[in-house]
Structures are given as structure tokens and as C-alpha cells.
Design a protein around this ligand. Structure first.
Ligand code: SAM
Ligand code: SF4
Length: 339
């Protein structure tokens, strides 16, 4: 590839260095807050980017300064070609740091192959420690697979293994301490994520969501926490766990809270998203997408694709605007954008 000219910089001076790539919109779970029981209208095979197309777009993004890549979905590990894709993405120059967000169901089987292919680490989503609750929440009785997947990820060196949990009122909001204790015992880094208005049912209600303050108050009842100032552009506010249940003696650990709604971090946002059908989004909550698949399939050069990416980022809004009177939930749900 010839040298690309330009940077991914927006009108507020923020520079994009992180890319979330959705590998597929399908999923092998049906989390009630994310997908209806019957699934969603999936993308047709010819709408999905091929591996070749995905690698090309990521290569252009890397040429424009992207340094970290997160594979997501839907469930990224459902895409059969993930190991090959990982190998091709980590062969890019400069080599991007590569992680994946997964529900963990397939990790027990795939962790070793993914690590061998070059994957650096994983974030595994787990909202409850109770198998019965997990089955109700995800509509699949697969809690044991996630637990086994987490263990396999740690054994394969996909570390630090992070666990993502969304707490919902009356569903699992009594598990904050139990989840942290369980993660500390196993050496996993837990991050709580505030629930955002990205559900296909449009049922999200700000008054109902469990806030970062509530989560921290619940944790502080059992744990000694100290703010960790090394946040940078990372979405998680990180706290050092100094004492409390599950913490191995003589050690400290960390817990994160991603307060996307109550304490938005848009001012330091450094990311963009590529959907599985080749649309570039400059924000999770963007109302417009930039179609890269059409020019890609019509013979555009790398520099032309780069120009489209730069134009999409130039138009990035200052913030997501949740809570403002004119806020409109994006048409696509989280699973189709790539969470
Ligand atoms: N299937 C993979 C998984 O579950 O990790 C990757 C995609 S999933 C959409 C990514 C993350 O988004 C998960 O941790 C999930 O819990 C979270 N998520 C889904 N809907 C959400 C919402 N409305 N607000 C906040 N997080 C959400
Ligand atoms: Fe699937 Fe992840 Fe959505 Fe659950 S949160 S239904 S695992 S995409």
C-alpha cells in the first residue's frame, strides 16, 4: 500500500486511534436487553464484508493512525474465519494491538487458537454468577460455558482478562459485590457498564437505569477503593481495590466503571466503529453512517477510502447527547453497530 496522507481528526481536535470492528451481527445468546428471542433481521451474506474487505479497510485505518482494534459484534467468535482474520490483522504494519469483546461461549474451544493467531486479550461479558439468572437473562442455559471460557482465556494468556457486567434494576443489581469478589479471586478485571439506550425494543429508561454512583456505593459498603488517575482516553473510571472480599492477601487489584450515561467521556473519545456491513460510524450514537462498502466494491483506491474515513470523522459531534431534549436513539441496536 502506498503511504496514505492525512489523519483521523475531528472538528474538536480529537484524534481517532481506536477502531471497533463488528465481525458479524448474529449472536448465539439472546440477552433480553440486547436482542429479542427470535433474533433480529440479520444481514444477508452479500451485505457482510468479506475477510479481504475487512482487512483492507482496517489497513487503511491503520495507515491513518489507528493503533488499537477491538473485534466485536453480535458475537465475533461466531464468524468462522476469526483466527485467520486475527492473523491478517496482526500482520499489518505497524502492528495494531488487538482485543475482542465476546460473550465467552466459544472461548473454551477457541482461546488457544485465537492467542496463537495473535489476539492480545479479551473482554468477556458476564452479568450474573447465578446459572438460573443467566439462563433467564440470555435465554440460553450456558453459564458454565462462559465460566469455562474465562478460564481458557486466562490459561491461553489472553490477559489481562476483563469481565464486562451490565447491572439492571430488579434483575441483577444485587450482584455488584459478588461479581467483584468472584473476579478478584480469579484475577479477572471487572468493569461495570451503565446500560445505554441501544436496545432494539427502545425500552431504556434513564430513571430506571443503575447508575455508576449506585454501583460504587454498593461496592464501597464492602471494599476499600481508591481512585486511579491513569485514565487517559479509556472509557472506564478505574479504582484500585485495596481491601475487601476475594482480594488475595498482600495484593491490590482494579475495578472499572464505565459511566457512559451519567459521566460521559465524549471529550476524550478516540474511537470509531466499522459495522459488519462496511458502514463507518464516528460514534456509538451517531445518526448517520458513512458507507465504505459501496466505494470499496466499486474500485476506490486506498487514498479515496481514507478520504471518506477522514470526512466521516471530521463531522463527529461533540457528544452523544443522551439526556438532551433532541436526543434520538440510533436506528440500529447495539448488536448491529458493534458494542
Ligand atoms: N456479544 C459480545 C458480548 O456480549 O460481549 C459482543 C457484543 S455486545 C453488544 C458488547 C457489550 O455490550 C456486552 O458487554 C453487552 O453486555 C453490552 N451491551 C449490550 N447492550 C447494551 C446496552 N444497551 N447498554 C450497555 N451495554 C450494552
Ligand atoms: Fe449477544 Fe452480546 Fe447482545 Fe448478549 S450482549 S445478545 S451476547 S451481542
Amino acid at each position: 500500500m502506498s503511504e496514505l496522507t492525512g489523519h483521523l481528526i475531528d472538528g474538536f481536535g480529537r484524534v481517532v486511534t481506536d477502531l471497533r470492528v463488528s465481525l458479524i451481527d448474529k449472536c448465539n445468546l439472546r440477552c433480553t436487553y440486547c436482542m429479542p428471542a427470535e433474533g433480529l433481521p440479520w444481514l444477508r451474506p452479500n451485505e457482510l464484508l468479506t475477510d479481504e474487505e475487512m482487512v483492507r479497510l482496517v489497513r487503511v485505518a491503520v495507515g491513518l493512525g489507528v493503533r488499537t482494534i477491538r473485534l466485536t459484534g453480535g458475537e465475533p467468535l461466531v464468524r468462522a474465519s476469526v483466527p485467520e482474520l486475527i492473523a491478517r490483522l496482526t500482520a499489518l504494519s505497524p502492528r495494531p494491538e488487538l482485543s475482542a469483546t465476546t460473550n465467552g461461549l466459544l472461548l473454551a474451544r477457541q482461546a488457544k487458537a485465537l492467542a496463537r493467531a495473535g489476539l492480545d486479550r479479551v473482554n468477556v461479558s458476564l452479568d450474573t454468577l447465578r446459572p438460573d439468572r443467566f439462563a433467564a437473562l440470555t435465554r440460553r442455559d450456558r453459564h458454565h460455558d462462559v465460566v469455562a471460557g474465562l478460564r481458557a482465556a486466562a490459561d491461553a494468556g489472553l490477559t489481562p482478562v476483563k469481565v464486562n457486567s451490565v447491572l439492571m434494576r430488579g434483575v441483577n443489581d444485587d450482584e455488584a459485590v459478588a461479581l467483584l469478589s468472584w473476579c478478584l479471586e480469579r484475577g479477572y478485571q471487572l468493569r461495570f457498564i451503565e446500560q445505554m439506550p441501544l436496545d432494539p425494543q427502545h425500552g431504556w429508561d434513564r430513571a430506571e437505569m443503575v447508575t455508576a454512583d449506585e454501583i460504587l456505593a454498593a461496592l464501597r459498603a464492602e471494599y476499600e477503593l481508591a481512585a486511579d488517575p491513569t485514565r487517559g482516553s479509556a472509557p472506564a473510571e478505574v479504582f484500585r481495590v485495596l481491601a475487601g472480599p476475594g482480594l488475595p492477601a498482600g495484593t491490590t487489584a482494579r475495578v472499572g466503571v464505565i459511566a457512559s450515561v451519567t459521566r460521559p467521556f465524549c471529550a476524550s473519545c478516540d474511537r470509531m466503529r466499522l459495522t459488519a456491513d462496511g458502514q463507518l460510524r464516528n460514534c456509538l450514537f451517531a445518526r448517520e453512517e458513512s458507507d465504505l462498502r459501496t466505494p470499496l466494491r466499486s474500485g476506490a483506491s486506498d487514498q479515496q477510502l481514507a478520504e471518506r474515513m477522514m470526512a466521516a470523522i471530521a463531522g463527529k459531534r461533540a457528544g452523544h447527547g443522551i439526556g438532551e431534549p433532541d436526543f434520538v436513539q440510533p436506528a440500529r441496536p447495539m448488536s448491529a453497530i458493534g458494542g
